[in-house]
Design a protein around this ligand. Structure first.
Ligand code: ATP
Ligand code: MG
Length: 400
């Protein structure tokens, strides 16, 4: 079946007016980036929908495979075009319907006739085309209320446009349309999922990772790089900032009693992340925290950790259960990377008995014996930055 164009329906574009054009431009750019190697593809954006054309049918098929991973698309439909006369419309209708399994399915024809000079009215056309389809596909039956197959026929002066398939898009908003944030990316299951969810809401992502060699291995860092690369396949190039955390972490564990160790470590990580955030031109910080999951994620802990900055901390998983997070991780294909058995810095330096209700005054008191600021500045300067340009990944065909 040769499709002539794809009709792309926009997802949520909650902001109105001039912002809408901005969203549409962003979406167009993101689609162009996802399809940049498909030479024959052309996009025309209108206020309410976008059209994609491709002369080469391989390009068209690749576009159909890739569009479901682009945020900001609600759904899309391949469209076949023919001359606006009954003979050609009949022929095309059979081709379009025949491109799907029909046995035992219900269907309905819907006509949109904008060419008022066309010699048949809508109700006549509906019956004639419907009758023709039924005669040729005896396995079909009509259901006007809830048809499985809805054949749309648009009759305009320049041609007839037929479509019967609706592919789900990824929903959300175009990546980059809601600014950029810095994702605290561990090698765990949660943080990549958190990054994905923020990208879905239009946020471009850079990432920061804390490594503590030789306590953490190269393979642990490799794992984080693979996660960053995977995230870049959702429409945003990702810059990964890798912080050499060993010395500072050792200093913290010497200075701070076991009970407050975890809280202070997290506070230092957040202070470092906040400095990198400024340099990365990011507005917020994203974490994979989920309420009550571990000692550092009680409301009391989050409050004590959060106290070091007024930057918005985005925690898209705060209300998610672990099993829900795992299901998402599997869906976006980060799970198999996350479960590789290499420990990150927090696991290595894990105190035996962390407080679930740390007291800020106590934490601040122990921290006050050392001026951490110069050490924080130092690791920010010493960081490595690895670039992951936006990837094209054809595997994500049914994400929602
Ligand atoms: P995850 O699966 O994302 O590692 P987790 O359930 O293991 O989460 P924690 O280890 O307590 O929880 O980490 C909470 C959050 O802190 C992580 O989701 C991540 O955003 C951040 N974080 C933890 N360790 C690191 C690290 N080494 N580098 C960067 N960020 C980290
Ligand atoms: Mg972790």
């Amino acid at each position: 079946m040769k499709w002539n164009e794809l009709l792309i329906r926009y997802g949520e574009m909650s902001l109105k007016g001039r912002n809408r054009n901005y969203f549409i431009r962003k979406l167009k750019k993101n689609i162009e980036a996802a399809l940049s190697d498909l030479d024959s593809v052309q996009l025309i954006a209108e206020r309410d929908r976008m059209f994609l054309y491709a002369d080469d049918s391989n390009d068209m098929n690749s576009a159909i495979e890739r569009l479901p991973s682009v945020f900001g698309i609600q759904s899309f439909s391949p469209v076949a075009k023919c001359e606006p006369n009954l003979t050609d419309i009949y022929k095309k209708a059979l081709e379009v319907i025949g491109s799907d399994e029909t046995e035992g399915k219900s269907f309905k024809v819907e006509i949109k006739r904008t060419d008022k000079k066309f010699p048949y009215v809508t109700s006549e056309l509906q019956q004639m085309i419907g009758g023709h389809v039924l005669r040729n596909f005896p396995g079909l039956h009509v259901d006007v209320k809830k048809p499985t197959i809805l054949l749309n026929v648009g009759i305009r002066e320049d041609g007839a446009y037929l479509t019967s398939k609706v592919y789900a898009g990824a929903g959300g908003m175009p990546v980059g349309s809601n600014g950029k944030s810095l994702l605290m990316l561990s090698g765990g299951i949660d943080s990549p999922v958190a990054g994905y969810l923020m990208m879905k809401r239009g946020v471009a992502i850079d990432a920061i990772h804390f490594e503590s060699p030789p306590f953490t291995s190269d393979l642990a860092t490799r794992k984080v790089m693979d996660l960053a690369e995977k995230l870049s396949s959702f429409g945003s190039p990702v810059k990964l900032h890798i912080i050499p955390f060993t010395e500072l972490q050792q200093m913290i564990s010497k200075q701070i009693p076991d009970e407050e160790l975890m809280t202070t470590t997290r506070r230092m990580m957040l202070r470092i992340a906040d400095k990198v955030r400024v340099q990365a031109n990011a507005l917020g910080i994203v974490t994979g925290e989920s309420l009550g999951q571990v000692a550092s994620q009680t409301l009391e802990s989050l409050t004590a950790i959060n106290e070091v900055t007024s930057t918005p901390i985005l925690r898209p998983l705060i209300s998610a259960d672990k099993l829900e997070i795992i299901a998402l991780a599997e869906k976006i294909d980060t799970y198999s990377i996350s479960v590789r058995p290499y420990e990150d810095c927090c696991t290595v330096f894990k105190p035996s008995n962390p407080k679930t209700r740390p007291r800020i005054e106590k934490v601040a008191y122990f921290e006050s014996f050392i001026d951490f600021e110069p050490f924080i500045e130092e690791v920010v300067k010493a960081r490595r930055v690895v670039d992951f340009p936006s990837q094209k990944d054809e595997k994500f065909t049914d994400l929602l």
